[in-house]
Write a protein that binds this ligand. Sequence first.
Ligand SMILES: *Cc1c(COP(=O)(O)O)cnc(C)c1O
Length: 368
Amino acid sequence: MEYKVRFVNYPEHYRRIWNEVIDAMSECLSKGDLIARRQLEEFEANLARFVGTKYAVGLNSGTDALLLSLKAAGIGKGHEVITVSHTFVATITSIVFNGATPKLIDVGADMEMDVSKIEKAMTKKTRAIIPVHLNGRMTDMRIVNTIAQENGLIVVEDAAQALGAKLGNLNSGASGLTGCFSFYPAKMLGCAGDGGAIVTDDEEIARKVKLLRDHGFKRDTNELLMYGYNSRLDNIQAAILNVKMKYLSDWIERRRNIATIYDRGLKGVGDLLLPPGPTLGEYYDVFQNYVIRTEKRDELFEHLKRNGVETLISWPRPTHLHPALGLTKFKLPMTEKISKTVLSLPMYPELKDEDVRYVIDTVKEFYR
Ligand SMILES: *Cc1c(COP(=O)(O)O)cnc(C)c1O
């Protein structure tokens, strides 16, 4: 069906930056600069500068950013890693595929890790915590970092949904051992396919992740220093990301602006629970997603669909309740409640004010 307001709008996104993107791609193709060339190095420098870390390493996905972070940090068999169930499954996959055991804890009403539950989940085997900055809002890293320091744990930030988010003076991705980003097309900064990166201040971790992404191959001396993967960020994707980096701050402001319009329009409507506002306290949220909650979620989803508004449910079943993953022993009441009530409204910089108003009016009509 033809939606009036789509959940994402890639054609419009590219229409606005068409010439610059095509020029960047042409340059790579005409010179044959396809793997690990100048554009990749430039992008890594751009990303590290934006986040405020010493190093950034481009990878093929956010998933591999998590996977290689844990591997470089020596997390493996016999270790436990604390994270949430209310996340994209890749967070948990990265633990399992390193041979470690996920310990899942609940989230709070703002859908971020409930940091008051971390210490209760710790055992002698705990080695790491993966906070997930979901929907463009940061987990309370002040508390996560304090607990980690006191207990000798490493922190890998899943910042795949939170490039540019801040909490006080902490930038998303910058205060853990690594911060993991995804450039999947719908993310804050999306490439034209799959991509990801880690950022870090730790020279040794940056060096290891660079080796791990390229078969353990030290190119300048032709040595194989370890077994590795093929997980490089394509040079052509890096070139596209360099173009888009210039607009990132404006796009973030536009997302926050849209969130304000949603907030004003939907406040007090029906039984809706809105996300924390864009100007609350020390949080600088970047609104990767604008997620509302309602007991009438499925009916509202259908009503919006019938009226041409495309929405998304992330996630209709909590990750730990998929039996094939072997995680059903975890009891996470808030996560389970959230999965029955969440609905993500359209949220991307290209949305026009009139689109946002249409979504608001259509939601209001549902409750009339
Ligand atoms: C998108 C995402 C990932 C995975 O990133 P990919 O680039 O798709 O591999 C991991 N964690 C979270 C929270 C995400 O949203």
